[in-house]
Write a protein that binds this ligand. Structure first.
Ligand code: ASP
Length: 321
């Protein structure tokens, strides 16, 4: 019973307005990842850790998502990326913070996880570690896309405040900056249950448009944006500060340990804790018993699921098979 679930970020307020011109490409990306990796996970060729790493690498390469190439720009117009991952069997973890040149931040987190020590590396030290370990380095000009530069210019012109923890004063998720093309291509994440019953979780992001230099969101923080133990794998997306303040991903695991609570209830209850702190967002989670939950409290969350050989995807409140 292998399962792979993906998210491509949550964002937006109000009713979903339907697909934009770019949304079919975003869904096609999710579908092709699920179609390629799902059967390999099911057959036992891939374990959960490698499946979530490959899935997130593919989304980091897709410029329509806010991770790797296509990451949103910080207040100075540069890309700074965060990523983390965790393996359920032994709670091994790896995390990189504010990397600037590593093409696949999630692979750097994977290397750290496998090395066993340390768990986290930051900024240029993390890029250097990645390079020394053979990971491809790329220029900022490759990471920055036209769409993200346009979003950044709009953010600058609006003088909007990024990363606010106050729901009313305009926290800017990348999705929120688009009028005609809601760019709801946030943070990316993957959770997997492999053929041996083992779990893994991974999350990667460029953060939030206009974020202050040095800002660290929930994505690279183990227990906030990412968590995995022997019972559950969790990846979060949304206003990171509120996910940090609630230890959101770990809180899902704590609640799910109570036998009478379903995974859907645990994830929704955590989103209800995050929301009053200004943390609009979503969560994807898989339990070792095969439960899956993909709740979100924003207008949309790009998401995809491979289960029992079938693929489903969704953006707003609709699910497509
Ligand atoms: N959680 C991410 C952050 O705060 C943003 C997102 O999920 O869109 O950096």
């Amino acid at each position: 019973m292998a399962i792979l679930a993906l998210h491509g970020g949550a964002g937006g307020d109000g009713e979903w307005r339907g697909m934009t011109d770019l949304d079919p490409d975003r869904l096609a990306c999710l579908k092709s990842i699920l179609a390629e990796l799902g059967p390999r996970l099911e057959s036992g060729e891939l374990d959960a850790l490698e499946a979530v790493t490959l899935a997130v690498e593919a989304m980091e390469d897709e410029p329509l998502y806010n991770a790797g190439r296509g990451s949103v720009l910080a207040e100075n117009g540069q890309v700074y990326m965060d990523a983390s991952m965790m393996r359920g069997t032994d709670q091994a973890a790896g995390s990189v913070v504010n990397v600037e040149t590593t093409r696949h931040p999630i692979r750097a987190a994977n290397l750290l996880l496998k090395s066993g020590w340390p768990v986290m590396l930051n900024s240029k030290f993390a890029d250097e570690y990645a390079e020394e370990n053979g990971l491809e380095q790329v220029p900022q000009s490759w990471l920055q896309t036209k769409l993200r530069r346009a979003q950044w210019s709009k953010w600058k012109a609006l003088n909007a405040r990024p990363g606010s923890t106050d729901e009313d004063d305009g926290a800017v998720l990348d999705h929120d900056l688009e009028d005609t093309e809601p760019a709801g291509m946030g943070t990316v994440g993957a959770v997997a249950l492999d053929a041996h019953g083992n779990l893994a979780a991974a999350t990667s992001t460029g953060g939030m448009t206009g974020k202050p230099l040095g800002r660290i969101g929930d994505t690279p923080i183990i227990g906030a944006g990412t968590w995995c133990d022997q019972n559950v794998a969790v990846s979060c997306t949304g206003v990171g500060e509120a996910f940090i303040r609630t230890c959101a991903a770990h809180e899902v695991a704590v609640q799910f340990r109570q036998t009478e609570i379903t995974l859907q209830q645990a994830t929704e209850s955590v989103l209800n804790q995050v929301q009053p702190l200004g943390g609009r967002g979503g969560i994807i989670a898989i339990g070792a018993d095969g439960q899956v939950a993909l709740p979100f409290q924003t207008m949309l969350m790009y998401r995809g699921l491979w289960q029992n050989g079938a693929i489903s995807t969704g953006i707003g409140n609709e699910t497509y098979s």
